[in-house]
Design a protein around this ligand. Structure first.
Ligand code: TYD
Length: 132
């Protein structure tokens, strides 16, 4: 099942601007082990095209926008990420594809495990076999 609601990242706002915290035990649905960010993608670029066996992630567009498509093998849901206070949760065994990057898009991803190529499933048929 894909959660259709985005995670609300509460912003602390004052006259200077806004601040968002990602903190273990507070607003993350897993223990944080790794953060990376994706930027400078041409608008025609599509990324992702994989699932993870164990990894859980959240993704939030810190600036600009992109579309994240999530697929659990039964349903596909598209999320427009265009708000630094809204994150999408990507559970284990969810196929993801990203597209429609704006030139200023900076997509932050927070992850539950260190990078491990053997956790990736990069073949869609293998993904479907693994969930059944
Ligand atoms: P990949 O996860 O395939 O990117 P995307 O899903 O956005 O298309 O990663 C792209 C490359 O970066 C790939 O060679 C693996 C490498 N990489 C790391 O070395 N460490 C990391 O934490 C991540 C996420 C990727």
């Amino acid at each position: 099942m894909i959660k259709k609601d985005l995670i609300d990242l509460k912003a602390i706002c004052d006259s200077r601007g806004s601040l968002v915290v990602l903190e273990n035990g507070n607003n993350l649905p897993f223990e944080l082990k790794r953060v990376y960010y994706i930027f400078g993608n041409d608008n025609s670029v599509e990324r992702g095209f994989h699932a993870h066996k164990e990894l859980q992630q959240i993704a939030v567009a810190l600036s600009g926008s992109c579309v994240m498509m999530l697929d659990d093998g039964e349903q596909k849901v598209e999320f427009l990420l265009n708000n630094p206070t809204k994150a999408v949760f990507i559970d284990k065994m969810i196929w993801r594809e990203m597209k429609d990057f704006s030139p200023d898009c900076v997509l932050l991803v927070a992850a539950s495990m260190k990078y491990n190529e053997s956790d990736y499933i990069r073949d869609y048929d293998e993904f479907l076999k693994n969930i059944n």
